[in-house]
Design a protein around this ligand. Structure first.
Ligand SMILES: *[C@@H]1O[C@H](CO)[C@@H](O)[C@H](O)[C@H]1NC(C)=O
Length: 537
């Protein structure tokens, strides 16, 4: 990528002595971006992150950790920030390897001061992976349940009912690195009374492949929101936990991207249009390739509702092997959510599921059928970068068509903006988002403020989603092929399409500059912020 880094005048926030601004939460209604850092939670204006409206410190009062460095280990890294209701946030921190959670009152921005055990909700170690999502006041998390990080758990904490969790077994979770979780609402969209589902994305060590050493596999797992556990079998455990492999590979080159780093769920107006985007690298990091793969929600659903199960067998006494299960599967289908059909059979909750179904799903949480990406391969492959974060915005361009615009952040503080066209992906621009060459730890997008927010160890940066104003000529503006930008011949400026009445604007997403007023000085398109190179193989 050839790029010219300009001074972008991005808005930045950091405070002296405070680090690790890795947890971000956008308020949907108010003008707030909540930021969890080391020993502090901030409320910034989402219109302008340089404006700090509130702060609360959450330092360790006393810390006596034997054999640990006080400077590094006696600290409280705020890792979980979730909205409970209009008045409160739920906040968890690592709290010197004894995770704790508390409520934060938004009215006066103070912690309630009745700490709850944060085990299973937040990681112990700030460098351990974890993910959480709050759904209707209940916290779904994926993290480690112990100090060593050797007991992974996917669980639900609820003020209304008892804890629900995964079975402690390598068939369920095997050294996972959690990256993302979110809810897909189906209950209100489907006629069959299907439940809402929580999807988890992670990389784990494969059990199903014979491999010298540890072979990593990217996974999607899902649980049903209405799950209450089983009556006898799987008591207080998920009855709906199933997982499958995510495929992101180039079959023609026999190359596999097997580590997922981040996922973004682009929710369509119709739930069926939902697309799941993930950024991947390979376990063999020396190849220096990153990929973006996209999956349709219907493809995921098909695997979970119809896929074949895998079964563990013992061969030659001690050796175990996973093979496809070809026997008869019990009914109702193991791992399925409760729907109207089951309700008609008097199974109105998971507590009524027959033992046969429960025992089966307990032993067979892994599906054989993988989830294949849209187009059977990556949407985007980039050389010499490590993508760490992804967000996607769906926009309507002047041609009336809908485009998915992908923003990917790297481990060097760089942001790529790419547009998915029918046959190709085009990198519109590359910008140095962070001043230092450090990883983008978190990336959020707000269509309302038309901004991206990046969190890193040293601060928070806000960037516009477009830099149309920086294209000096019609040719530059059009050749950028940015669906956000168009040339306005009346003001002779490259403008944001959302700001200007459409009729007179010039935009051509296939990069055809013939429509530009003739006589304009022919600029060589150098891509003021990036390049127009193709990054597809
Ligand atoms: C926190 O930030 C400091 C300073 O940038 C960095 O050295 C450290 O690795 C970070 N810790 C974590 C757990 O991210």
């Amino acid at each position: 990528v050839c790029s010219l880094m300009l001074n972008l005048d991005l808005m930045e926030f950091s405070e002296p002595g405070i680090f690790n601004y890795s947890t971000l939460l956008l308020s949907e209604k108010g003008d707030a971006l909540y930021v969890g850092a080391r020993e502090a939670v901030f409320e910034l204006s989402k219109k302008n992150v340089t404006v700090r409206n509130n702060k609360v410190s959450k330092a360790m009062k006393m810390c006596t950790l034997k054999g640990k460095s006080k400077e590094r280990d006696c600290l409280n890294y705020i890792r979980v920030l979730q909205v409970v209701d209009n008045e409160r946030l739920y906040v968890c921190g690592t709290h010197a390897f004894q995770p704790q959670c508390d409520y934060l009152n938004l009215a006066d921005f103070s912690l309630v001061g009745q700490p709850e055990d944060g085990r299973g909700k937040c990681s112990f170690d700030p460098s351990q992976s974890f993910t959480t999502v709050m759904v209707d006041g209940e916290l779904y998390s994926g993290t480690a349940y112990n100090f060593l990080g050797s007991e992974p758990i996917i669980s639900r904490y609820s003020p209304y009912q008892s804890l629900l969790r995964t079975e402690y077994s390598t068939s369920w979770l095997n050294e996972p690195s959690f990256v993302f979780a979110d809810v897909i609402r189906e209950r209100k969209n489907k006629a069959d009374g299907e439940d809402d589902k929580i999807y988890y994305f992670f990389t784990e060590v494969s059990v199903e492949y014979e491999f010298f050493g540890k072979l990593l596999i990217p996974r999607v797992a899902r649980v049903c929101k209405g799950d209450l556990g089983g009556q006898r079998t799987l008591q207080k455990k998920w009855t709906s936990f199933l997982k499958a492999k995510l495929v992101c590979s180039m079959p023609e080159l026999n190359f596999v991207f097997n580590v997922v780093h981040d996922v973004f769920i682009l929710k369509g107006t119709d739930w069926k249009d939902t697309v799941i985007y993930g950024v991947f690298t390979s376990q063999w990091g020396n190849v220096g390739l990153s990929a973006v793969c996209a999956y349709s929600l219907t493809a995921l659903e098909d695997v979970f509702s119809k896929g074949k199960y895998m079964q563990k067998t013992t061969v030659e006494q001690s050796h175990t092997k996973w093979v496809r299960y070809n026997g008869i599967t019990p009914t109702p289908r193991p791992g399925a959510c409760i729907n109207n059909l089951m309700r008609q059979q008097n199974i109105s909750s998971s507590l009524h599921l027959p033992d046969k179904t429960l025992q089966f799903v307990k032993d067979h949480p892994l599906l054989e059928d993988p989830v294949l990406p849209i187009g059977n391969g990556p949407r985007l492959i980039t050389k010499d970068v490590n993508y760490t974060q992804i967000v996607v915005e769906r926009v309507r361009a002047l041609d009336g068509k809908i485009y998915d615009v992908i923003f990917t952040g790297t481990d060097k503080g760089v942001l790529h903006k790419s547009v998915v066209f029918d046959e190709e992906v085009h990198i519109v621009e590359e910008i140095q988002l962070l001043k230092n060459s450090e990883p983008i730890k978190n990336l959020l997008l707000s269509s309302e403020t038309r901004s991206l927010y990046a969190g890193s160890d040293s601060g928070v940066v806000q960037s516009p989603t477009e830099f149309c104003g920086r294209y000096p000529s019609c040719n530059d503006c059009v050749l950028a092929r940015d669906p956000y930008c168009a040339w306005d011949p009346h003001t002779a400026a490259c403008v944001t399409v959302f700001d200007t009445p459409n009729q007179r604007l010039i935009q051509s997403l296939n990069g055809d500059a013939d429509k530009c007023p003739s006589g304009e000085e022919q600029h060589v398109h150098i891509g003021i912020l990036g390049s127009s190179e193709q990054h597809l193989f």
